[in-house]
Ligand binder design. Structure first.
Ligand SMILES: Nc1ncnc2c1ncn2[C@@H]1O[C@H](COP(=O)(O)OP(=O)(O)OP(=O)(O)O)[C@@H](O)[C@H]1O
Ligand SMILES: [Mg+2]
Length: 274
């Protein structure tokens, strides 16, 4: 049995205070294992991003966990000091988001982003060999030449690969990737997806992937959790969900993507309504 890297149990998220309180996520549970891509799918606003962020203990201002338990790489998040949490977020788990440009300081080179990442977690020395090794692992053929570049000198696809390299630099075992290819052109998308697939298969990384693109799910993911209105409405192996979806929300998502290669159009009447 592969190691469980993230376990979210009965998560409840709320926003607002007093009478203004509202529930955003209710009773959501999911887990991510090493060597597998697990995906959260569902319509816009269904709670995918907040569930990912809660899994890393990175909820935005105004949203709080009102219940449930999160175990990240074997540690209960509630038991971690802020310093221990910060350390875990580099060494054990990393977040990759939709718009990579927003994650970089425009005034700093790629090399200084590597240096800062190392400084935050280690003694700060820029280990050139390690930097070039992780840049090569994400497909840069001349990795050393990337270090003096500024973010604006790179494409979105290149920056997304640098983000993944920064995660690998400290040895993260879990990657949480929230729509990592949505802003990229198709060639860059394919490249980033190939890299995620390789990291998962060859290095045993666990990946939690959020995407609206079910062809990416079909290609990469082993397990899927379908979210709707802040709840998980269906979960299971991707092949089983695609072949015989049980919940009408899943059937609607699949119908919208019925031209997926290798999957027949879904009959809206099939399966039990839940
Ligand atoms: N910082 C916040 N404060 C209050 N409510 C929020 C906040 N962030 C998100 N929400 C609300 O929580 C719900 C879930 O949002 P979330 O961003 O997780 O959706 P999502 O499934 O990722 O959607 P999308 O596919 O559009 O990215 C939505 O109703 C959203 O409006
Ligand atoms: Mg989102």
């Amino acid at each position: 049995m592969s190691r469980e890297l993230l376990c979210v149990e009965s998560l409840r998220l709320r926003a607002g205070e007093g009478n203004e309180q509202r529930s955003l996520v209710s009773d959501v549970s999911f887990s991510v294992h090493e060597g597998r891509v697990t995906t959260l799918i569902g319509s816009s606003g269904s709670g995918k991003s907040l569930s990912c962020l809660a899994g890393l203990g990175l909820l935005p201002l105004g949203v709080r966990r009102a219940g449930g338990r999160v175990t990240l790489c074997g540690r209960d998040l509630d038991g971690l000091s802020p310093a221990a949490h910060r350390q875990m977020l580099g060494r054990e788990a990393a977040l990759i988001m939709q718009n990579p440009m927003s994650c970089f300081d425009p005034l700093h080179t790629i090399g200084s982003h590597f240096q800062e990442t190392l400084a935050a977690h280690e003694n700060g020395r820029l280990d050139m060999d390690r930097c070039t090794e992780v840049l090569a692992r994400v497909g840069f053929e001349q990795p050393r030449q990337m270090l003096p570049l500024f973010p604006f000198e790179m494409s979105g696809g290149m920056l997304q690969r640098v983000m993944i390299a920064l995660a690998l630099l400290l040895g993260a075992r879990l990657l949480v990737a929230d729509e990592p290819t949505t802003d990229l052109d198709v060639v860059s998308q394919a490249r980033v997806l190939d890299i995620l697939d390789d990291l998962c298969r060859e290095q045993g990384l666990g990946i939690l992937l959020v995407t609206h693109d079910l062809s990416i799910v079909a290609r990469l993911a082993r397990e899927a959790y379908v979210m709707h209105a802040g709840r998980v409405v269906e979960q299971g192996e991707v092949t089983a969900i695609f072949e015989s979806p049980r919940h009408h929300v899943t059937r609607e998502l699949l119908r919208a993507h019925h031209d997926l290669a290798g999957f027949a159009p879904v009959d809206a009447s099939c399966g039990a309504k839940t």
